[in-house]
Write a protein of this length. Structure first.
Length: 460
């Protein structure tokens, strides 16, 4: 039996990364076991310091996943694993968007959807006990260094056509809690300039309503009380969403758990809202992005400020908690336009709000914009590429100091909205986590400035 240690490269100062455990190791483990059979591989997942785990678990392979701001962690984990003589595989959105960033401590980078690629790699390792350069050349969807040290990228791997062919994630690997999440789709119909979803997942694919119901049933049977549907727009396929809602109600699951989901504002209609409410979705989050028509059109297109306003009111009228994400700092956005977003938030019925600074993540249109105009310095550490940092300022109309002052003004408004929304939230039993998360977000930026954390990890 071969042992695989999955490592999540996460930032301890980022709320969203530490609130829910990642599903990627559970998906990879489940898919490998389905095709290789139980007992061929043993898996373990962890975050944080890995030295003790390397000694106690004694893995044969280390597999790491990282987004761009945390790629410095992945580099350090890979170095530690290589010192122990272990082969290292790295996957996730960062290496998929920038295969050339594969570091010397990493043997293989998996590009895009990982299940098939990981399966082939594990089949090779089980059979030969190593990843030879000769064998790697025949595996699609990877990047690696050949014998001369040259970076080699193999042909692109096709996506898995039917998501129903992927077994439900092996959650026993990561554990169950009061609140869990699931995905019912991969990819997104939208082409927002700041999002790498489409470049990573390829074309949009949906799980069948029956497949989704199976996973909901499993979560309920394991004591889960809150389920978040985590893809970008759960209501993109209205008929499928309504069928899922009908199945949830028919099986009585709406009485067993509360649901939350992400939606896109211009898909929200009275019929959609009624169906969401019927299945006991009590909270909806939307990427509203801006209160300025011009900025909103630049950031995501196909949606208007009026659409955002209408969606918030429809959902609030149905008794749901409504949360919104916003982005400021687009290249040509003026201070007046940013304040239109401030006014939208202030006047709206939104409950909880997140405000972000536009960041050029690899694989996005705004990344391409910055590369073309040489706005990204190659010496900038990876941890600068995050939506809560002013390390990268894209604005052509405002100085970094000015944008930082505006951002702080938004933070004060967000704190006010949070305090006001807490008494009516459906998550009162999770109040300590909500407060801790908000405090973490408010203190993370000054703590990074004070300590330099985690830049010391992230030199390229």
């Amino acid at each position: 039996m071969k042992r695989v240690l999955f490592i999540g490269a996460t930032d301890p100062l980022t709320k969203v990364e530490n609130y829910l455990r990642p599903l990627w190791p559970a998906y990879l483990a489940a898919y490998a076991e389905k095709h290789l059979g139980a007992g061929r591989l043993e898996f373990r997942f962890m975050t944080g310091k890995i030295e003790e785990e390397l000694t106690s678990f004694k893995p044969d392979v280390v597999a790491i996943s990282a987004i761009t701001p945390n790629f410095g962690y992945a580099i350090e984990y890979a170095r530690t694993a290589k010192k122990a003589g272990l082969p290292v595989i790295v996957g996730g959105m960062h290496i998929s968007a920038l295969p050339d960033s594969l570091s010397g401590g990493m043997d293989i980078g998996c590009i895009g959807e990982g299940e098939e690629t990981f399966l082939e790699l594990m089949r090779l390792f089980i059979g030969k006990g190593a990843f030879s350069k000769k064998d790697l050349a025949f595996i699609n969807g990877i990047v690696y260094f050949d014998e001369t040290g040259r970076l080699v990228r193999t042909p692109k791997r096709k996506v898995i056509e039917s998501l129903d062919d992927i077994p439900h994630p092996k959650r026993s690997l990561i554990g169950y809690s009061h609140r869990e999440y699931l995905y019912t789709a991969r990819g997104c119909q939208s082409k927002c300039v700041f999002c790498a979803c489409n470049s990573h997942w390829g074309r949009v694919r949906y799980s069948s309503p029956e497949y989704v119901l199976e996973e909901i049933r499993e979560l309920i049977e394991n004591g889960v009380k809150v389920i978040r549907i985590n893809e970008d727009n759960f209501i993109a396929d209205k008929n499928r969403m309504m069928r899922i809602s009908d199945l949830v109600v028919e099986n009585g699951f709406h009485r067993a758990v509360k649901f939350s989901c992400w939606c896109r504002a211009n898909y929200v209609t009275p019929e959609v809202v009624a169906s969401l409410r019927a299945m006991n979705i009590v909270s909806v989050k939307m990427g509203l992005e801006s209160g300025s028509e011009r900025t909103l059109r630049y950031l995501k297109g196909g949606v208007t400020v009026k659409d955002n306003w209408t969606a918030v009111n429809l959902l609030k009228d149905a008794g749901m908690q409504v949360n919104g994400d916003f982005i400021i700092g687009a290249p040509e956005e003026t201070e007046e336009e940013i304040m239109q977003t401030y006014d939208f938030i202030k006047k709206s019925r939104l409950d909880f709000v997140d405000i972000n600074l536009l960041s050029p993540l690899p694989g996005t249109a705004i990344w391409d914009y910055c590369i073309k105009r040489k706005l990204i310095d190659e010496n900038i550490p990876w941890d600068a590429f995050q939506f809560k940092s002013t390390a990268l300022i894209l604005s052509q109309t405002l100085t970094g100091d000015k944008l930082d002052r505006i951002y702080k003004k938004f933070q004060r408004l967000l704190l006010y909205k949070t305090v006001k929304a807490i008494p009516g939230t459906p998550w009162l039993d999770e109040l300590p986590k909500i407060v801790a998360g908000r405090l973490l977000e408010l203190t993370a930026r000054p703590l990074r400035r004070l300590t330099g954390f985690p830049s010391w990890l992230c030199n390229r």
